[in-house]
Design a protein around this ligand. Structure first.
Ligand code: ASP
Length: 342
């Protein structure tokens, strides 16, 4: 733009629009799990409360992006809001294991450096996403599990909390119902597995996650979960596994997944989506739809993903009746949704 054009814009009072249009794009998307989430299952008040919490998580993260903070900060801040809410299966409100405890998994990835951190099966960490981030920044490892992860937390000055902090009556009830179904299979491994697969989706899902693009063009992704109701034997799902539940690379996209973890692990869902973008030149919308609807759905892999690319495009495909989700970018207004047709 030459001087003459600029002075014309100033005269027309159009400089603020100009700044907006030329400023680097930012974007944030969050999810609170996918599953049999249908309108009939909510009172209007409950639905409103879920939407409100999603909006609060979105705004908390988005404000940081507007201030020019890194996408890693926005992802962490949004996830902390969702971990602290009893509505979602992460942190407070996490599902119960077969033995009546909570074992939490989380991971985070930096799309600029491809550094990543994860924790699996932690019982005493209030906000597992912050510990995953510490694993990334303050250890030489990518994933720490169980008591070892908690020793690392202690060393890092992260407070250890009582596992009961994550208790909620609604999740306990879900455990009792799930165990009733599983008892019928008498715990013989194969029957047990069959019974586990037969559990309704709401016993399995509710993970939270966030993906973001910051003003410097850096992508980040994070995911946090309590896993699946009545899980046992130290079961770990896809959420803390880089490439399955979480992935970020500035050259393609950032993804956070939610769904039946065993499928997401076996099909490397998050990295498969980004690989289609990187190597096949596909849009995130096409790549996400292919993996969620054409790869996972036919084999019974239920769930969804949130995706953001380096231009600030957002896509949130899922193959379940609903997925708690919200998004905002420099070019798209606040969007909060739960059910399929929204
Ligand atoms: N993916 C999580 C897991 O398998 C569960 C979920 O997303 O709801 O542990």
């Amino acid at each position: 733009m030459n001087k003459k054009q600029l002075s014309l814009l100033i005269a027309l009072g159009m400089t603020s629009q100009l700044v907006q249009a030329t400023e680097a794009p930012i974007a944030l998307a969050i999810h609170g799990g996918a599953g049999t989430i249908e309108k009939a299952k909510f009172t209007p008040e409950q639905e409103q409360a879920y939407r409100q919490t999603l909006k609060q998580a979105l705004e908390t993260g988005y404000q940081l992006l507007e201030e020019g903070k890194p996408s890693l900060d926005a992802v962490t801040a949004a996830i902390i809001v969702l971990e602290n809410s009893p509505f979602f299966n992460a942190g407070k409100g996490a599902v119960y294991t077969f033995d009546g405890e909570h074992e939490l998994d989380a991971s985070i990835m930096d799309g600029q450096s491809r550094q990543a951190g994860a924790v699996a099966g932690v019982k005493r960490i209030e906000n597992p996403i912050t510990l995953a981030r510490k694993v990334m920044t303050d250890s030489v490892h990518v994933m720490l599990s169980g008591e070892g992860a908690e020793s690392f937390a202690k060393q890092q000055g992260v407070a250890l909390v009582d596992n009961k902090l994550f208790d909620t009556p609604f999740r306990y009830d879900a455990l009792l119902k799930a165990k009733e179904k599983l008892e019928k299979a008498k715990n013989h491994t194969k029957d047990y597995q069959a019974a586990h697969f037969a559990l309704p989706m709401e016993f399995k899902m509710g993970t939270v996650g966030a993906v973001a693009l910051d003003k410097l063009g850096n992508l980040a992704a994070g995911t946090s979960t309590g896993g699946m109701t009545a899980k046992r034997f130290g079961r770990v799902g896809d959420s803390p596994i880089i490439g399955a539940g979480t992935f970020a690379d500035n050259r393609s996209c950032a993804v956070s997944a939610t769904g039946h973890g065993e499928y997401f692990i076996r099909y490397s869902v998050a990295s498969d989506i980004c690989a289609r973008v990187a190597y096949q030149g596909k849009s995130i919308e096409k790549a996400g739809n292919e993996v969620i609807h054409d790869v996972l759905a036919p084999i019974g892999g239920t769930g969804g993903v949130i995706i953001v690319d380096s231009k600030g495009n957002i896509s949130m495909p899922f193959n379940t009746p609903g997925m708690y989700r919200a998004s905002k970018s420099s070019t798209s207004p606040t969007y909060v949704a739960i059910f399929k047709e929204e």
